[in-house]
Design a protein around this ligand. Structure first.
Ligand SMILES: NC(=O)c1ccc[n+]([C@@H]2O[C@H](COP(=O)([O-])OP(=O)(O)OC[C@H]3O[C@@H](n4cnc5c(N)ncnc54)[C@H](OP(=O)(O)O)[C@@H]3O)[C@@H](O)[C@H]2O)c1
Length: 211
């Protein structure tokens, strides 16, 4: 798990609940928050640097701040990430005045930038369009609602679908948008997500696609 914020910890906790081992990675291997998390989380949890977490994981989650995700992944390095499924949950958001903007959009996306920088990794963009508690407990939002995935490797996406099902997502609610280029669409939804938040009054909402 690359990322010690609320997303990294929430997904890490869920993975532990499901019986996996997790290494929570930070810029520094001495990150006190990550160490405390690992101490409390039990014997299947540990903490380390981004590189140590990247080396540890069979599957790697990118849950770092989107504007620095490529740098964070570079600190792990191509070799340690090669051949691994890299689930990119990050959004390239920045505040510009009172508004939310994207550091990359329209003709490119963070998901694509990561796949381009790490061509031997199997990048799957997933879960980035909702609050992190819903990612791992979709029943927090009543009724049917959707999670998007995209990526260039079909087998990697199948594995991510398996994991999402373990997180509680019915397969029929998982929408595969195609190649990693579709990250543009899911990332560009985020400025709207941010605008909806005060209107709805809770972070527990999500998209339901109807036709
Ligand atoms: N919050 C949500 O519910 C939600 C939902 C969907 C998607 N997302 C996306 O998920 C990602 C994580 O969000 P978050 O709220 O958990 O945490 P965050 O505050 O966006 O990111 C925290 C992580 O980013 C790392 N980081 C910060 N600055 C860095 C830099 N200059 N270079 C390298 N790494 C840096 C931190 O490293 P240290 O550990 O060393 O401090 C930490 O691990 C973001 O991209 C966000 O847009 C969030």
């Amino acid at each position: 798990m690359l990322g010690t914020g609320m997303v990294g910890r929430t997904i890490a906790d869920k993975l532990l609940d499901l019986g996996h081992e997790v290494c929570l990675g930070a810029r520094s291997q001495d990150n006190s928050g990550a160490q405390e998390w690992a101490d409390l989380a039990g014997p299947s949890a540990r903490s380390g640097s981004f590189a140590q977490a990247g080396a540890f994981g069979e599957m790697v989650f990118n849950c770092t701040v989107g504007s620095a995700s490529v740098e964070a992944l570079k600190s792990v390095g191509q070799e340690l990430l090669s051949g691994k499924i890299l689930i990119d949950v990050a959004n390239p958001l920045v505040r510009v005045g009172d508004a939310t903007a994207l550091t990359v959009c329209n003709t490119d996306s963070l998901g694509e930038q990561i796949q381009q920088e790490f061509p031997s990794s199997l990048v799957v963009k997933a879960l980035n369009t909702m609050n992190c508690q819903i990612m791992v407990e979709p029943s927090l939002v009543p009724g049917t609602h959707n999670v998007f995935i995209c990526g260039d490797n079909v087998e990697a996406k199948k594995k991510v679908v398996e994991l999402l099902r373990a997180f509680g997502w019915p397969e029929s609610d998982i929408i595969d948008l195609g190649g990693i280029v579709a990250s543009r669409g899911t990332e560009m939804y985020l400025p709207l997500w941010v605008l909806l938040r005060p209107t709805i009054g809770t972070a527990h909402y999500n998209l339901r696609i109807v036709s």
